[in-house]
Design a protein around this ligand. Structure first.
Ligand SMILES: Cc1cc2nc3c(=O)[nH]c(=O)nc-3n(C[C@H](O)[C@H](O)[C@H](O)COP(=O)(O)O)c2cc1C
Length: 336
């Protein structure tokens, strides 16, 4: 169980926010495999205020897409407060604030993980957000800016004093980006310092990694990010593993083909039939990863121009009875 303010989750792992990935179709697919709490992609407060149509679409949801959090990005108080007013109508369960994004375009404006350099300022901003909304506020931070300035504990304490209800920590520095090992010690230090729930993130590619995050850090919850790529059943697998110690067998090629077809149809109805094959390409590649001799199929998927063409490739994948290369869930991903 994981409790963040009044929100109680039966299972203590969630789908992490991922820009360009966790759109409505992705969230719905993960939910159908046991994901409870999901997040809309990181959303710029300024983009929301300027009523960018793409942004409005990005933050939209539907009743089955619950519980749901949104993650805001920015440093300008005026824009952030206006963004909070705009999103009130969606009645999100959590408003998360991003102090973790490593992208230079973002950090050069002091946003995202740029905020890790200014813990006091981040604390004040979070307090302003908390005072402006009735929705529980959380923050996502990193271990620090770089290895010489690992200050997650200090940042987390400022954030907690601001009245946030939970903290997400990606145990890598901004300089590490998404590579190098996650630092479990920093996450544990933060967990030990705070009274609010701490959700650990980083290197979670299998149910075994979820357990490892709990064991190494004592955290209250785990965020699943890249481990969900082409692998939405990681949520159910993790629930089963935490209960019984057994990881269920991975779906075979037929089940994977069914999931792909469902996912593609959701994408086509959400993004439209022209954009759908472009959005689906990388997902196709992730779903078929781990099966033998699929390279030519993948290459054709990257050239597919219509949803029908993509559906044909999925059919071909099913009919060819591809065999899985990967026998163990954590195989080829990362040693524990
Ligand atoms: C493509 C991609 C997009 C991401 N976008 C966001 C984002 O919008 N907000 C955020 O807080 N983290 C974002 N992340 C970071 C993830 O939420 C997560 O913290 C990180 O990937 C570490 O977990 P992992 O090593 O298990 O993937 C993103 C990660 C990836 C790979």
């Amino acid at each position: 169980m994981l409790k963040i303010a009044s929100l109680t989750l039966k299972l203590p792992f969630i789908l992490a926010p991922m820009a360009g990935i966790t759109d409505l179709p992705f969230r719905m697919i993960c939910r159908s495999y046991g994901c409870e709490l999901a997040f809309v992609e990181m959303t710029s407060a300024k983009a929301l205020v300027y009523e960018n149509r793409k942004t409005e679409k990005m933050v939209a949801t539907r009743p089955e897409d619950r519980p749901l959090g949104i993650q805001l990005l920015g440093t300008d108080v005026e824009f952030i407060l206006r963004a909070l007013d705009i999103i009130r109508k969606y009645e999100y369960d959590i408003i998360d604030f991003n102090a973790a994004c490593p992208v230079t375009k973002v950090t050069s404006k002091g946003e995202g993980s740029g905020m890790m350099k200014e813990p006091r300022k981040l604390g004040l901003l979070l307090k302003t957000i908390v005072d402006h909304t009735d929705t529980p506020v959380t923050v996502k931070i990193r271990a620090g800016w770089n290895e010489k300035s690992v200050n997650a504990r200090e940042v987390a304490l400022y954030a907690q004093d601001a009245g946030i209800k939970g903290l997400f920590i990606h145990g890598r520095t901004r300089e590490q980006g998404y590579s190098g090992r996650v630092d479990y010690n920093v996450i544990r230090e933060v967990k030990e310092a705070l009274d609010i729930p701490v959700i650990g993130s980083g290197d979670v590619f299998s149910p075994l990694h979820v357990k490892k995050m709990f064991d190494e850090t004592g955290c209250d919850g785990v965020a699943i990010a890249r481990g969900s790529f082409g692998n939405p059943w990681i949520f159910n697998e993790t629930a089963e593993y935490l209960k019984s110690g057994i990881v269920p067998p991975r779906p075979d090629f037929q089940a994977v083909a069914d999931i792909m077809a469902d996912h593609l149809r959701l994408i086509a109805s959400y993004h439209g039939p022209v954009t759908a094959p472009v959005v689906f390409r990388k997902l196709f590649a992730w779903y078929i990863k781990g099966f033998r001799d699929v390279k030519p199929l993948k290459e054709r998927a990257f050239k597919a121009k219509t949803t029908e063409e993509m559906l044909e490739l999925i059919k071909e994948f099913r009919n060819t009875s591809y065999i899985q290369k990967v026998v163990s869930v954590s195989d080829n991903l990362l040693e524990l």
